[in-house]
Design a protein around this ligand. Structure first.
Ligand SMILES: Cc1cc2nc3c(=O)[nH]c(=O)nc-3n(C[C@H](O)[C@H](O)[C@H](O)COP(=O)(O)OP(=O)(O)OC[C@H]3O[C@@H](n4cnc5c(N)ncnc54)[C@H](O)[C@@H]3O)c2cc1C
Length: 308
């Protein structure tokens, strides 16, 4: 057994950190693709600093996930530690802000806000991620994105090795992108408007209805970011690529910007299908498609994410 594993096991036991060993990521991700990772931990807020400090001083590779709904993970054995946000789950009203733990799922954030007579984020209905993941990627739909409502974020700054608060004027959000890097998001404060509960509930219904055409098979949502002034799905559809597949990874018939796992799709199948789509779209339209999902790749030192 590798020494670092014993040291890490001793550390989590001593500190009482919620930890699962040799954890399967296949059912953790919405794509239903992923290998096993050495350790999956879910620290409480008070444990975050010592976790990162231990990982750094022992040079243990790690990566962060929320609900795993915007990622493609390797299906080999993943060396290191997955850090999750399950225990960062509190949500409350603080003056006129909703203060949410990063592990709260968006569905809960929306319904909590509506109960508190607050409005604005109903468009998040149906996006299956956590607050942390959504803010990190600036998730959105129907012309709105979550970043527009962020007032401040409490995070662990991995480089500075400290917990700090970042205000909205020091954050940049753009289409499916935020300026957050090398951070573990802990809490997010949202500024919402006062509204009418019944109207909000109707909006939720309407957004839900608009999403009812989306594929229901395992996927990671939209694969590509929409190119300027166009939609990736429209281009893929127009190029007659719907139904194209590699193994069990298919371009969805329902939504051309979704790759769905029709059973036993592998990491390699999805990567190959992505490359083929990119090639075709470039050949036909001279447009370079960029990934919306985070593609995790393996290296000697652990895994890292890319979004090219
Ligand atoms: C069926 C379906 C429909 C979808 N529809 C939409 C949509 O309409 N709009 C949209 O924008 N997205 C959509 N998505 C994609 C996805 O649900 C969102 O991007 C979501 O916000 C990702 O949240 P997550 O918790 O799953 O993040 P993950 O996939 O777990 O992680 C995504 C990224 O965020 C980082 N991250 C996660 N949590 C933290 C944290 N606490 N601190 C720091 N970094 C963190 C991860 O390291 C990773 O880089 C859809 C996905 C599916 C499967």
């Amino acid at each position: 057994m590798e020494n670092w594993k014993k040291a890490f096991r001793d550390f989590v036991i001593e500190k009482g950190i919620d930890c699962k060993e040799d954890f399967s990521l296949k059912d953790f991700t919405s794509f239903r693709i992923g290998g096993r990772v050495d350790f999956y931990i879910n620290p409480f807020k008070s444990q975050i600093k010592e976790v990162f400090s231990f990982l750094k001083s022992n040079a243990i590779p790690y990566f962060i996930l929320g609900n795993g709904t915007n990622v493609l993970l390797p299906d080999t054995h993943i060396k290191g530690v997955l850090i999750g946000s399950r225990h960062l789950s509190g949500i409350k009203i603080d003056k006129d802000e909703v203060l949410s733990g990063s592990g709260v799922v968006l569905r809960e954030l929306v319904s909590f806000s509506i109960k508190a007579h607050l409005t604005g984020i109903e468009f998040l209905t149906g996006i299956p991620g956590t607050v942390g993941g959504a803010v990190f990627v600036n998730a959105g739909a129907f012309g709105s994105s979550i970043g527009e409502f962020v007032e401040w974020i409490r995070l662990y700054d991995i480089k500075q090795e400290d917990i700090k608060i970042v205000n909205r004027n020091n954050l940049v959000f753009s289409y499916r992108h935020s300026s957050l890097r090398d951070v573990f998001i802990i809490d997010v404060a949202f500024k919402l408007e006062r509204g009418d509960r019944e109207i909000s509930k109707m909006r939720v219904k309407e957004f839900g209805r608009k999403r009812s055409h989306l594929p229901t098979e395992p996927s990671a949502g939209c694969i590509f970011i929409n190119p300027a002034l166009d939609s990736a799905g429209r281009l893929i559809d127009k190029a007659m690529l719907k139904g194209m597949h590699v193994g069990d990874a298919y371009i969805s018939e329902k939504h051309a910007n979704f790759i769905v796992n029709k059973g036993n799709a592998t990491y390699k199948d999805v990567v190959e299908l992505i490359d083929r789509i990119k090639e075709e779209i470039f050949k036909i339209y001279n447009i370079k498609l960029n990934l919306e999902i985070f593609l995790f790749k393996e290296s000697k030192g652990g895994i890292y994410e890319e979004r090219g």
